[in-house]
Design a protein around this ligand. Structure first.
Ligand code: IPE
Ligand code: IPE
Ligand code: MG
Length: 244
């Protein structure tokens, strides 16, 4: 019997607490976002090292547009800078980047950078990095409903034949597995409009650590806790599965 630790295939992270980190250090909120990029870099490497196949990072929600324009603009600039600085490293590490969210509502230059990183990393086979940008679940589900309704209106889809799979295929995450583990930093214990459909059977890990302080050790702790959880998916414990 293998004693190997059960590793989640898909980890999703709500990277929260950049602003509070900056405040704690007497800095502007923007400095927290810059420091947060270091954690992103570290965590991508750690995920690949642990054998995680999919990593989703919540970077900007549709509600984050409601922040002061100064912060929103700074974040958009930071996304562009990251693409420019990180593409080569990601390619070397075998990371394939995909954006989930409504790209069309992002500034033109950000869209261009994102399309470029998706194209240039398309061959990555070690880890798929799903970047949730201008993402929210309700927005995603609204788009999915519109897409299905258009097909019904065009006469190419019979409403009676719509299944959970049809809905899934209309989401930004179409073709990717559901997250097994969702981590949120900064002590908040909520989803903030993240992967509401996909999280149906996810395990949750909440840590008070602020995102810029999220370390390899903290990530390993989350994986350890995940490995110790019993996932039942509505069934009763299966002794054979428990032993495998
Ligand atoms: C998360 O950190 C990053 C984004 C939402 C872009 P926050 O900016 O939300 O940090 P806090 O929650 O204010 O500390
Ligand atoms: C969630 O964090 C969004 C991201 C991490 C990108 P927020 O800081 O926006 O969430 P709330 O407002 O605390 O729920
Ligand atoms: Mg926050």
């Amino acid at each position: 019997m293998s004693e190997q630790k059960r590793i989640p295939q898909h980890v999703a992270i709500i990277m929260d607490g950049n602003g509070r980190w900056a405040q704690q250090h007497g800095l502007e909120r923007y400095a927290g976002h810059i420091q947060g990029v270091e954690s992103v870099r570290r965590t991508i490497k750690a995920a690949a090292r642990h054998g995680v196949s999919y990593l989703t990072l919540y970077a900007f929600s549709t509600e984050n547009w409601n922040r002061p324009a100064e912060e929103v603009n700074a974040l958009m600039e930071l996304f562009c800078k990251c693409v420019i600085n990180e593409t080569e490293n990601l390619k070397t590490e075998g990371v394939r980047v995909k954006i989930i969210g409504d790209k069309n509502r992002l500034p033109g230059n950000v869209q261009e950078h994102l399309t470029r990183i998706e194209e240039q990393t398309a061959q990555g086979e070690r880890l798929t990095l799903l970047l949730a940008l201008n993402y929210s679940s309700r927005d995603e589900l609204t788009h999915a409903v519109q897409q299905l309704a258009r097909k019904v209106a065009a006469g190419t889809l019979n409403p009676e034949t719509i299944t959970e799979q049809s809905v899934e295929q209309s989401l930004y995450t179409a073709g990717y597995p559901d997250p097994d583990l969702i981590i949120r930093t900064s002590g908040e214990q909520r989803l903030s409009n993240f992967l509401l459909w996909q999280a149906a059977y996810a395990e949750f890990y909440f840590t008070p650590v602020l995102w810029p302080d999220f370390s390899d050790e903290e990530f390993a702790r989350a994986l350890d806790e995940y490995a110790a959880r019993e996932r039942r998916f509505g069934r009763v414990t299966n002794r054979n599965e428990e032993r495998s």
